[in-house]
Design a protein around this ligand. Structure first.
Ligand SMILES: Nc1ncnc2c1ncn2[C@@H]1O[C@H](COP(=O)(O)OP(=O)(O)O)[C@@H](O)[C@H]1O
Ligand SMILES: [Mg+2]
Length: 237
């Protein structure tokens, strides 16, 4: 396994409901290697297997066959607790629906993630404050999700994703619920995090425009990777 690869998926297949009448073969022999510091978009139409693939890379879902390596760790034989640890320490997730805790403030939402990983209340809140400032929400620390716009909620989710200094940020249609202008602002924020802080980012999307921000575009159709386009460094937006 190469040291430059922060995530690798080898010969991944995924079959839902195997052996049943409702059996669906979603991923067919998918192979990919993600370089450290890359900004990757996995582009494909609805139903092509993007969420399934992202959840497998993010150790939220086990593949039917194949191997997933995250930051040099083979995840196949890990139990649920060990997988949760990998997710907590190495992966930050951003979802289309933000998935914030509705009864908690922006600050609490971000701090909680660090509390779970063992940081003290003071430490967690101090870093949460810094992260929320960084994503432009320094004036919204005590707002509840319902008191924030969609774009602001997604910024909280990004701050939360960064809380434990992950190796990889995974986003599942992270601008899917936002208007175009707000979506572009979120993508620019992610682009800055990639360029300036070196975070590795993988976004899955059906939206061609989002791929314009990525340095590597992986095209997926019917559970198969059909094309990988690597742009020259420095040419991303
Ligand atoms: N838990 C599940 N059980 C059965 N089929 C599923 C499940 N999750 C997804 N599928 C099916 O797998 C296919 C790919 O789904 P998904 O990975 O969500 O694709 P995408 O994110 O590209 O829209 C779809 O046909 C979907 O209906
Ligand atoms: Mg999906």
């Amino acid at each position: 396994m190469s040291k430059e690869h922060i995530a690798e998926a080898k010969n991944i297949t995924k079959v839902y409901n195997p052996g049943m009448e409702s059996e669906v073969r979603v991923l067919k022999d998918v192979d990919l290697s993600i370089n450290k510091g890359d900004f990757v978009s996995i582009l494909g139409p609805s139903g092509s297997g993007k969420t399934t693939l992202l959840d497998i890379i993010g150790c939220l879902l086990k593949p039917t066959t194949g191997k997933v390596v995250i930051d040099g760790i083979e995840t196949n034989n890990l139990n649920d607790r060990e997988l949760a640890k990998i997710r907590g320490e190495k992966i930050g997730f951003i979802f289309q629906q933000y998935n914030l805790i509705s009864s908690s403030t922006a600050l609490e939402n971000v701090a909680l993630t660090m509390r779970i990983n063992g940081k003290s209340k003071n430490e967690a809140e101090e870093r949460a404050r810094k992260l929320l400032h960084m994503v432009g929400l320094g004036e919204r620390l005590t707002h509840l999700p319902s008191q924030l716009s969609g774009g602001e909620q997604q910024r909280v989710a990004i701050a939360r994703a960064l809380a434990n200094e992950p190796k990889i940020i995974l986003g599942d249609e992270p601008t899917g619920n936002l208007d175009t202008k707000t979506g572009m602002k979120i993508l620019n924020l992610l682009k800055d995090l990639n360029k300036e802080k070196g975070y590795t980012i993988i976004l899955v999307t059906h939206d061609q425009r989002i791929s314009g921000f990525a340095n590597t575009v992986i095209n997926i159709r019917d559970g198969e990777i059909i094309k990988i386009i690597k742009k020259r460094k420095g040419r991303g937006k």
